[in-house]
Ligand binder design. Structure first.
Ligand SMILES: Nc1ncnc2c1ncn2[C@@H]1O[C@H](COP(=O)(O)OP(=O)(O)OP(=O)(O)O)[C@@H](O)[C@H]1O
Length: 233
């Protein structure tokens, strides 16, 4: 479904990714893990061409190269993106934010009714301005809006960053529900309990490169990997 090969990418003249290799199959949930600043967010940005420029390597989605496509064209092909900063429109209501992706066909996989069933608070607050909602509610809104683009693959960048533990747990519950629905996801994640609940496989990123990948069980069988690449040095 998604394949990154030898990906290099830069912010202006500053190269942030120096060789990312990864793939995600249909229905798979893959977590990117690694210390702060190693390139997890940049990998997602490189896939959707957000702020960063791909300078070498390839990104293929459903067998076709994403080279030369603009962000909205990549979304239209089926890559949903929930950025770390959520980017809800603060002055618009929940409902207006959810209408941003455009009209949804009645037989689409994700309709307003279905995203409201996943996030009942959004239904309750549908006329509330997004800017006055809590961080957790804004995160749910950002995920719901991405689902309404009918993604085949959802990229979630640190989905519960900065949220209170109870709200963070609700967001993780929603991710688990999406996994049960068969939604393919790439999640930038630091919390090991989330990884245990959601991930099929992991990629460890270090200094702009993928340095290890394997199943969650294999990761826990190799504590040296966590010591080397995740502990603060
Ligand atoms: N908009 C930007 N302009 C210039 N450099 C950037 C920008 N965003 C990130 N970087 C740099 O790119 C490198 C990778 O950052 P990135 O945000 O991808 O890391 P990360 O693994 O997602 O970390 P975190 O968990 O802290 O978000 C870092 O050196 C960071 O300073």
């Amino acid at each position: 479904m998604l394949r990154l090969c030898g990906l290099h990418a830069s912010y202006g003249k500053s190269e942030a990714l120096h060789g990312i290799d990864l793939q995600i199959g249909p229905g798979e949930v893959v977590c990117l893990i690694g210390r702060n600043g190693v390139g997890k967010s940049s990998t997602m940005k490189a896939i959707v061409r957000d702020q960063i420029t791909v300078t070498a390597g390839t990104v293929e989605f459903d067998g076709a190269s994403l080279d030369g496509l603009r962000p909205h064209e990549i979304v239209r092909l089926g890559v949903g993106y929930v950025p770390e900063d959520r980017r809800v429109f603060a002055s618009l209501s929940v409902l207006e934010n959810l209408r941003v992706p455009g009209p949804v066909e009645a037989r689409a996989m994700w309709t307003l009714e279905r995203v409201f069933a996943l996030f009942p608070q959004l239904s309750e607050y549908r006329h509330r301005r997004a800017g006055v909602m809590s961080g957790g509610e804004q995160q749910m809104l950002s995920i719901a809006r991405a689902l309404l683009t009918q993604p085949k693959l959802l990229l979630l960048d640190e989905p519960h960053e900065g949220l209170a533990p109870k709200v963070a747990e609700e967001v993780v519950d929603a991710i688990v529900a999406l996994k049960r629905e068969g939604v393919s996801m790439m999640i930038s994640e630091q919390a090991l309990n989330t990884i245990r609940r959601c991930a099929d496989r992991l990629y460890v990123v270090d200094r702009g490169r993928t340095v290890w990948d394997g199943t969650v069980d294999a990761f826990y069988d190799h504590p040296d990997i966590a010591r080397k690449y995740l502990m603060v040095q």
